[in-house]
Design a protein around this ligand. Structure first.
Ligand SMILES: Nc1ncnc2c1ncn2[C@@H]1O[C@H](COP(=O)(O)OP(=O)(O)OP(=O)(O)O)[C@@H](O)[C@H]1O
Ligand SMILES: [Mg+2]
Length: 221
């Protein structure tokens, strides 16, 4: 079976692309899947995350590789690796029109767009929708989902912004990520969310729900 490829994309910097990539890839790998994180962002934040645990003996459970130099050939490079993995999760730079983003969207079965529920973030994310529509010329079966990140439930603003999301034109994943210290700690420790142990039980449940929904979306692809 060839790998299912997920591209985590957004024009907006700081929306949570790397966090979503690493939480999802870590969770899939903790469940025994063979996972490659393809770090397509020249900032190499995913690579840094995975190297953070070395001194403390914490190993990130998925393979993480810098692919930012592949530029517009990323889809070809990933095709060659597809038989070695169950999932490839691509972390991309905050640049909707960058060649590497276009190439990631060309390779992907599913594009995930993390969005912070604030009007400024949402406006800044509009160009990624255009990039996804463009990518479908060469990759017509590309699915896309918004993933609400840093969710603050029960606030008026969150409700108002969530009400705006259907206008965005990309369906929303039912699962979302709340704003949690555990996710920042996870990056600092260099592991998956399971590496935080019992203190992160709520975060583990949240990431599990996200992983299950995405596995379901990709079943049969
Ligand atoms: N759900 C969350 N809870 C708490 N902190 C979060 C959450 N999501 C992201 N963060 C924090 O917000 C910051 C930006 O997140 P992240 O680096 O994942 O965004 P990004 O979209 O990859 O940014 P860039 O565009 O620079 O690559 C980081 O400090 C991260 O730890
Ligand atoms: Mg990033």
């Amino acid at each position: 079976m060839s790998a299912k490829i997920i591209a985590v994309v957004n024009q907006k910097g700081g929306a949570g692309k790397t966090t979503l990539t690493m939480l999802l890839a870590g969770s899939l790998a903790d469940r025994g899947k063979r996972v490659l994180v393809a770090d397509a962002d020249a900032q190499n934040t995913a690579v840094h995350w995975s190297s953070m645990g070395a001194s403390a003996g914490i190993a990130f459970p998925a393979e993480v590789e810098d692919v930012s130099g592949e530029e517009n050939k990323l889809h070809k490079a990933l095709r060659k690796r597809a038989d070695d993995f169950d999932y490839i999760v691509i972390d991309s730079p905050p640049a909707a029109t960058a060649p590497v983003t276009a190439s990631a969207l060309r390779a992907a079965h599913l594009a995930l767009v993390p969005v912070i529920p604030s009007p400024l973030d949402l406006w800044a994310s509009v160009r990624i929708r255009e990039a996804i529509i463009l990518a479908r010329h060469k990759n017509p079966d590309l699915e896309a989902r918004l993933v609400v990140n840093q969710m603050q439930p029960n606030t008026v603003l969150a409700r108002e912004v969530l009400g705006m999301l259907p206008e965005f034109g990309i369906p929303m994943l039912a699962a979302s990520l709340k704003s949690r210290t555990a996710y920042r700690q996870c990056a600092a420790l260099g592991g998956s969310i399971l590496s935080l142990g019992n203190r992160a039980a709520l975060a583990v449940m949240e990431v599990d729900a996200l992983r299950r929904e995405i596995e379901g979306l990709l079943r049969g692809r």
